[in-house]
Design a protein. Structure first.
Length: 189
């Protein structure tokens, strides 16, 4: 009888642990929903900057995004990922958004598939929410694979990060602006 009771408790604990390991899908605008064939397996909260440079464009002078620089934390506020722009290993002529795992150094590159500025979701003054399509993944040098199965990434719950208002003129060409932002990222496989 005692063995059966221990076995039941072990099965219950395993079931609870696997349920706790599941990542719930965030509520997002319809155009950012990831197909049910894919499931979220990792989520984290990013704190960093969205970076811009003042450039001359065909329509005038304006701020152009040059990528993020952020640290992504887990629920315990432990560093989990670093988020930045880098050369895509599959498309060496392309610079894509990159996430690299802080422990196993596996990495993933992605590009915007769709975005949303729906005011029912996106806070005033915040950068758009995104659905990103993965364009490349890479194992860490010691076989790390925590990110290699990623197919889609969602950026949601954004705070800040919009280009600076004004101050991009002929006299400020090539100036950079690092704008604080926060966001939650959801990784799907």
């Amino acid at each position: 009888m005692k063995i059966v009771g221990v076995l039941v408790l072990a099965i219950a604990a395993a079931t609870t642990a696997s349920a706790a390991d599941r990542v719930a899908r965030p509520l997002v605008p319809a155009n950012l929903v990831v197909d049910e064939a894919y499931r979220p397996f990792l989520t984290g909260h990013a704190i960093g900057t969205q970076n811009y440079i003042c450039v001359a464009l065909s329509g005038g002078i304006d701020w152009m995004p040059i990528g993020p620089q952020a640290t992504v934390f887990d629920d315990s506020f432990e560093q989990m990922l670093t988020h930045f722009q880098s050369t895509n290993p599959i498309h060496p002529d392309a610079i894509h958004a990159t996430w690299q795992h802080s422990k196993d150094t596996s990495a993933v590159w992605a590009v915007k598939l769709r975005g949303s500025t729906d005011p029912d979701y996106v806070a005033p003054g915040a950068i758009e929410w995104l659905l990103l399509n993965v364009t490349a993944t890479q194992f860490g040098p010691n076989g790390g694979n925590k990110l290699t199965g990623t197919m889609f990434i969602q950026r949601v719950n954004t705070i800040g990060g919009k280009p600076p208002a004004g101050a991009c003129t002929a006299s400020t060409l090539n100036n950079r602006a690092l704008v604080p932002y926060e966001a939650d990222y959801y990784f799907y496989r």
